[in-house]
Design a protein around this ligand. Structure first.
Ligand code: SF4
Length: 448
């Protein structure tokens, strides 16, 4: 009954309706206001299913398809069963150590592969009942085989190397939850989903969640910003300032938030491109004066670049300026400017003057004490993650599939709001965190 009830909640977008109704009531009660400050962050949610290796995945996919076929049409399946299938697929597939090392792994994978090929070939024979091809686990088996095997030139089925696999956002991690995907973020590896929360953080009001959503794990945090702002605009709950971490802002997103919604997006922009950054920060991109009329840069020693060219990188437009090689090679400041012993300095710019200026202004701002003081408010969103995980058990999804994980995420947000508003009514003044004992000791000893 509960399973059907949840399916109806998902079908009717009821979770959003509950949260939106709650937000409207909070606005009417004066406990929530538009055009204040809000902050957004995402946390990882583990899938409800067992995490399996690639070998276990193909074995389990075969087992799941056999189980479904045995349930639906045992008479059709019985003549296909080969010796050894019961041992391989009669129980949950768990593979701890494969004898023979890497070659043994490939051999076992190709054994699974050939079993699956025989089953899929039989399913697509002209005499096979078409309804069996449309079974969910049969379709998953077909896709898993496409992801993990290929036909070589001799017509044999082969196990793909790791680098030949489709992207993590496309391949399955489990035959029982095909929305769960592998992801790595800041050293955390997981298979499942990402929960995104936006909460109000005005000093005189309770901190309530105004937007919640779940996505598959590989969806990058910043890609949801446009959707968050559009949803908040529909609710008339847009902030004046939106605090986010470095995963969210780009010059283009800052410009769009300001122009489309009147929102100031506050977050640090990355200051260099890692390995390619110049050895001396004084020779970073901000030290090069751009002339957008002549499309040229002037470097810190006064040299002028060749006119810059437009290029496309990861489906985004950039301008790239190079300095004449002869001038850079003769330059005495060269060790401060570039790592390359022979190549001239190149600088990549935003595609338009407006975005370039947003980038420079953000870089200048994010080093000031005033900006850091304003931005410090963003860190409070970690308390929300802690509450959703520790109080409401959001670290692991209770359900299979993205729609129900999204339902869990939005209802968790609504539950957080109830607790937070109740706490606020009981004690409307937020307790200030006191100094640490060590800091107090230093104050006592006058060591600060
Ligand atoms: S290396 Fe080239 S770009 Fe860098 S300071 Fe010297 S002349 Fe200018």
């Amino acid at each position: 009954m509960l399973c059907e009830f949840r399916a109806r909640l998902v079908a009717g977008d009821a979770a959003e309706r509950v949260l939106n109704l709650m937000l409207r009531r909070l606005v009417e009660a004066g406990l929530l206001a538009a055009r204040g400050k809000q902050r957004t962050d995402a946390t990882h949610v583990l899938a409800a299913v067992r995490r399996v290796s690639r070998l276990e995945l193909v074995g389990e996919s075969m087992r799941a398809a056999l189980e479904e076929l045995a349930r639906q049409d045992a008479g059709w399946l019985a003549p296909l069963i080969e010796p050894g299938w019961d041992k391989r697929y009669g129980h949950r597939v768990e593979i701890r150590k494969v004898p023979g090392g890497a070659a043994g792994v490939v051999a076992l994978a190709e054994t699974f592969g050939n079993d699956g090929r025989r089953l899929l070939t039989a399913l697509w024979e002209p005499g096979a009942p078409p309804r069996l091809r449309r079974l969910r686990q049969v379709e998953i088996l077909r896709q898993v085989w496409t992801h993990h095997f290929y036909w070589d030139a001799t017509g044999s089925l082969r196990w793909r190397d790791g680098h030949e696999l489709p992207p993590a956002s496309l391949r399955f991690d489990s035959p029982y939850d095909t929305d769960a995907h592998y992801c790595v973020k800041n050293g955390t590896e997981w298979s499942g989903y990402r929960a995104h929360f936006t909460e109000a953080c005005d000093p005189d009001l309770p901190e309530v969640v105004v937007h919640a959503a779940a996505t598959i794990a590989p969806v990058q945090d910043g890609t949801l910003l446009g959707q968050i702002h559009a949803d908040l605009a529909d609710l008339h709950l847009l902030p004046s300032e939106h605090l986010v971490d470095a995963a969210y802002p780009t010059p283009a997103r800052i410009a769009h938030a300001r122009q489309a919604h009147g929102v100031t997006l506050t977050g640090p922009l990355p200051t260099g491109s890692g390995r390619k950054a110049p050895p001396d920060p004084a020779f970073g991109k901000a030290a090069f004066a751009a002339d957008w009329d002549t499309r040229q840069l002037t470097c810190p020693t006064g040299q002028t670049s060749l006119p810059w060219k437009t290029l496309t990188l990861n489906q985004r437009l950039y301008q790239q300026a190079s300095f004449p090689a002869t001038i850079c090679r003769a330059c005495t400041e060269r060790p401060r400017c570039t790592h390359s012993p022979t190549q001239p300095r190149t600088v990549t710019l935003q595609p338009t003057r407006e975005l370039h200026e947003i980038q420079l202004n953000n870089w200048a701002d994010q080093n000031t004490q005033e900006w850091k003081r304003r931005y410090a408010l963003r860190a409070g969103v970690e308390a929300l993650h802690s509450q959703t995980v520790r109080t409401f058990g959001l670290r692991r999804s209770r359900y299979r599939g993205l729609p129900k994980t999204h339902l869990q995420t939005v209802l968790t947000a609504a539950a957080c709001n109830l607790v937070r508003v109740a706490d606020w009514i009981r004690a409307p003044v937020r307790a200030e965190r006191g100094p640490t004992r060590f800091h107090t000791l230093c104050l006592d000893l006058e060591l600060t």
